[in-house]
Design a protein around this ligand. Structure first.
Ligand code: CP
Length: 312
């Protein structure tokens, strides 16, 4: 598989990728690292324009796409609030996408509604990248998560991964489980029952012959894990604030808890974190979440290169 096969393709769901396609993007991402740090320069996308449409808050995804585009020589046009677009006057998302499509060469879309990126891809001639659609999925986060695991653990095959926190509303874990099953990961879902991995996702995994475990007790799994993937409880997606209050602060990873972990176990988090990882963990060898956030740049450079016709 060659990354050039992604030319002009949408990036909507990780389910649209095969294992070899994922590996080709991760390989290209590795080559992008010296360009992502500025150590080497390549303006392969000079003359191209990226449209960044972020209709939900974002720090990492929006800025890393912007940084990735600039590093490769592309210009960026962007909107970071729906209220600043004609959507606030009643224009549909479909018409908005039709317009923005004519102003740029690829669109990155974050939207509060599940399915928005798939809809945008239908109305855009240029490629659309899903930067998170409600509680749906976040495929570019998945690619950078896999890139981080492969860099830190040497290989993705057969890792023992515990996912902790809000598995119901956390879109990053929804995308990640689909990808990890392609690499034979052993998955344990750690969450209170009300925030467990949605049944449709577990059923989808089962229908592919893939079994997962679930528990509410982090202590049951921490000593066997190769990767602890921690997520924030997604307060903004709870229909009832009282329900959020019942589960807020359920898990907090601290150094005391990490005493039970393997010495090379890594802690990841898509960020932002609230209180689910104590700051003292940042100074341990386990903490990889800031490296993970940086990895968004080479991975998004690889994606932009691949879909916008760059050459490395
Ligand atoms: N991980 C992630 O999507 O972060 P942002 O919401 O800051 O983009």
């Amino acid at each position: 598989m060659d990354y050039r096969e992604f030319f002009d393709k949408d990036i909507v769901s990780i389910r649209d990728f095969s294992r070899s396609q994922i590996e080709s993007i991760l390989d290209l991402s590795e080559e992008m690292v010296p360009y992502a740090t500025g150590e080497k320069r390549n303006k392969m996308l000079d003359g191209k324009i990226l449209g960044n449409l972020f209709f939900e808050p974002s720090t990492r995804t929006r800025l890393s796409f912007e940084s990735a585009a600039h590093r490769l020589g592309a210009d960026v046009i962007d909107v970071s609030q729906m209220s600043m677009t004609s959507i606030s006057k009643g224009e549909t998302l479909a018409d908005t996408i039709r317009m923005v499509d004519t102003y740029c060469d690829a669109i990155v879309l974050r939207h509060p509604h599940e399915g928005a990126a798939r809809l945008a891809a239908k109305f855009s001639k240029n490629p659309v990248i899903n930067a998170g659609d409600g509680a749906g999925s976040h495929p570019t986060q998945t690619l950078l998560d896999l890139f981080t695991m492969r860099r830190e653990k040497g290989s993705l095959d057969g890792l023992n991964i515990a996912m902790v926190g809000d598995l119901k509303y956390g879109r990053t874990v929804h995308s990640l489980v689909d990808a990890l099953t392609m690499f034979g990961a052993k998955l344990t879902f750690v969450a209170p029952e009300s925030l467990q991995m949605p049944d449709d996702i577990v059923s989808h995994l089962k229908s592919g012959g893939y079994n997962t475990k679930k528990t509410a007790n982090l202590e049951d799994v921490i000593s066997d894990a190769d990767v602890l993937y921690v997520t924030r409880i997604q307060r903004e997606r709870f229909p009832d604030p009282a329900e959020y209050s019942k589960v807020a602060g359920t898990y907090r990873i601290d150094n005391e808890m990490l005493r039970e972990a393997k010495s090379d176990m890594i802690v990841m988090h898509p960020l932002p974190r609230i209180d689910e990882i104590a700051p003292e963990v940042d100074n341990t060898e386990h903490a990889k979440y800031f490296e993970q956030a940086f990895n968004g740049i080479p991975v998004r450079m690889a994606l932009l290169c691949a879909i916008m016709g760059g050459e490395l």
